[in-house]
Structures are given as structure tokens and as C-alpha cells.
Design a protein around this ligand. Structure first.
Ligand SMILES: [Fe+2]
Length: 206
């Protein structure tokens, strides 16, 4: 009889690329710049070091780019919620609802985000609006890293064992992941602003 591989408790990172977002990304970048020029920085008390972060009411703003992006985020969260329900629950809920909130972060050279999780949410995600050239090169500059969440997975570390999964902030790319999955953002050097829109969703299941 053939072997079977049982993947117990896998960690799912959903990557979705949105095509044709160039104009939307310009509108979003303009909105973030306008907020950064007129409102206080909300990085205090967060792991964002340097950079500018909006309040978490970003999705309530009026902006054509945001109006175009929101349905994509909504539908990705719905899809990811389905994944969680199928994978994690022993009984499917009768009703699935969720609340969603988001914020934008703009980083320039030298800015970072320390290791963190997103308490109070079930599904978290990020959408990339703008990426400086150095963040798209090989290496860790400007990348987000997701860390191996298995507590003892590195107790007898093997040579070249991958302990984190790194991705580049390619504009139009969106990643959804469990809110408990630790992640961080490395600094980049050089010109440009790295802009992302982060979001959280709390599932309401009945
Ligand atoms: Fe985060």
C-alpha cells in the first residue's frame, strides 16, 4: 500500500496577485502621502520603527483606489476564512461573518518592523502598494519574513534549515496569514517608499 503524508496543523499563507492595479496603487500612494502630511503618526506603541503608520480606520477613508481595493480584500478574507473553517474546525459553523479593519504603513530607508503578531484577530494580511528598487532584489532588504511557528522546530537545527519564509513587497501582491503567525519587516537602503496596507479580520462564527 502506498504511503500517505498527513500534513497536520499546516500554516497557510495565501498569496494572491491582483492584476491591473497600477492606477489604484498610485491613488493609494497619494492617499497615504496626504494622511502622512496632515495627521499624526500612529507608530507609537507598535513595532513599526521609523516610517509612518495611519490609524486603523484606513478603510473608512474616501478614495477611489481604496474603493477599488476593498472588495478584493473582502473576498480574499472570505476565501481564507473558508480555509480556516475547513482546516481547523471539527464542526462547520452555520453562520460566518467577520469584521475587518486596516491601516497603511510607509517605510523609507532604514525603517523596520519588529517581530510581532496581530492580537485580537484571526486572519491578517498585507497588500503591497509600492516597492523601492532595493526591496525587489535578492536578500532581505525590505522583505517581510514569516517565522516557523512550531515552537520546538529548531531544537536540533539542521544545516541550512529554513526558519523563516521571506517575500518581497511586489505591488499588487496580497498575502493572508493566521494572525498568530510571527512576522517582521527588514530595512532597505536607497531611494523610494515602501507602502503597504495591512489588515486584520476577526471571524464571527455561529
Ligand atoms: Fe504585522
Amino acid at each position: 500500500m502506498a504511503d500517505q503524508l498527513l500534513s497536520a496543523f499546516p500554516t497557510n499563507i495565501l498569496k494572491r496577485h491582483l492584476d491591473g492595479m497600477e492606477e489604484v496603487n498610485l491613488q493609494l500612494a497619494a492617499l497615504v502621502a496626504q494622511i502622512a502630511a496632515s495627521e499624526p503618526n500612529s507608530t507609537a506603541g507598535t513595532t513599526t520603527e521609523g516610517g509612518f503608520q495611519t490609524k486603523d480606520d484606513f478603510f473608512q477613508r474616501e478614495n477611489p483606489g481604496l474603493a477599488a481595493l476593498k472588495p478584493h480584500i473582502f473576498s480574499a478574507v472570505q476565501d481564507y476564512a473558508g480555509l480556516i473553517i475547513r482546516q481547523e474546525l471539527t464542526k462547520p459553523p452555520e453562520k460566518v461573518d467577520f469584521i475587518l479593519w486596516g491601516w497603511a504603513v510607509a517605510y523609507q530607508a532604514g525603517h523596520t518592523q519588529g517581530l510581532h503578531v496581530h492580537p485580537g484577530a484571526n486572519i491578517s494580511g498585507v497588500y503591497y502598494v509600492a516597492a523601492p528598487p532595493s526591496t525587489l532584489e535578492a536578500g532581505e532588504a525590505g522583505k517581510i519574513s514569516f517565522y516557523d511557528p512550531r515552537p520546538r522546530a529548531t531544537m536540533a537545527q539542521l544545516p541550512y534549515q529554513a526558519t523563516r519564509h521571506r517575500v518581497a513587497p511586489i505591488p499588487g501582491d496580497m498575502y493572508l496569514f493566521p494572525s498568530w503567525l510571527e512576522h517582521s519587516v527588514s530595512a532597505f537602503q536607497g531611494e523610494g517608499t515602501r507602502i503597504c496596507i495591512a489588515f486584520n479580520s476577526k471571524l464571527i462564527l455561529e
